[in-house]
Design a binder for this molecule. Sequence first.
Ligand code: F6R
Length: 335
Amino acid sequence: MTDMLAQIKSLGDQLRWAASLEALPIGTYSEVLCAGMGGSGISGDYAKAIAEPFGTRVTVHKGYGPLPPWADRVRPLVVASSYSGNTEETLDFVQVAHEHGLPIATVTTGGQLGEMASRHGWAMVEVPGGFQPRAAAGYMLGALLRVLEGAHSVDDQRLSFVEASDLADEELTEGSGSWELAQEVAGGLAGRIPIIYGGGPVSGAAAQRWKTQINENAKTPAWWSLLPELDHNELAGWEAMPQKTTEHLGIVALTDRDDHDMIGARLAHTSDLTEDAVPWVARVGSRGTSVLARLISLTIAGDLVSWLLAESAGVDPVPVTRIERLKELLGGTAS
Ligand code: F6R
C-alpha cells in the first residue's frame, strides 16, 4: 500500500485481524525477551507496558547478539519481530538465542526469519504484507500480544482488542477529536524539531513511537525523553542557548493515568522553568481504559501528527530511502 494515511487508518482493522487469530499454545513464561528493530521493535516496548502489570518481566532487545548475560539462567521466551523478516540485527540475535537453546516465537511477513522459523519449528505468526513496517503496528503489536497470551504472559486480551480497535476507528475518522488535536499539535510543531516527553510506561513508550514516526514519516529530527530522569539533566540543558532553542525546538508532553502522581507537578514546574527556552506546544493525554487502548490512542495522535508534518513540509511520508540505503550498504535486503 503506497498511501501512508490509508495505512495509518487501517490500525483498527489490523488489531481486529490479530484478535481473530487462533490461540497459539506456547507454554507458560513470566520472562520474555522481545527482539526487533524500528517499527517492528516498538511492539516490544508496547508489550512491556501491557505485560508487566501481569507480573511478566519483558526485556526489549534492539540490536545484535549476544544474549543478555542472565538469559541462559532465566531461559526467557524470545519473541523475534521483524516485518520484513530480513533485519540483520534481529536475525543475528535470534540465531544466537537458537544456539543457546532458548524457546523462540516469531512475528513476521516471512523473509529469512520466516524461513528460520519453518526450518526450526518455532511458533510463528505470519502477518499480512504490503505495508511499511512502522505502519503495520497493529499487526505487529496485535500478533505479539496473541503470542504473549499463548505463553500465559498476559491474560485474555479480547476486551482490550475490542476497545482499542473501536477507539482506532473512531479517532482515525477525519474530523475526530484526535484529528483536531493532531492538527493543532502539527501546527505548533511546524518548522521546529519536536522533543517528546513521557513519564510512565504508557506515555514513555508512546513518546518513543512519536519520535520515530516523526523521523520516518516527516523526515525530520526528533527526540524523546523521560520524566523524571530528564529533570536531572536535560532541564539544565535548556539554559545556555535560549534564543536558538526557542526558535527551533518544540516540546510535546504525553500523559497517561499510569504516570506517577508526581509527574503532573514535574511537568508543570519543568515547563515553567524552561518557558524562556522552548515552546511547550501541547500536552496530549491518553484515552481509553485498557493499557492497549491507551497506547493506541497516543499512537494515533502521534501518527497523525507525523503525517500532517510530512504534508506541511511537502515530503512523501512513505519511503525511508536512507534506511533502505544503509541496509543495502551493509549487504542486507531492504524491507
Ligand atoms: C520502516 C520502518 C523501519 C523498520 C526497521 C526494521 O517502515 O518502520 O523502522 O521497521 O528498519 O525492519 P523490519 O521491521 O522489517 O524488521
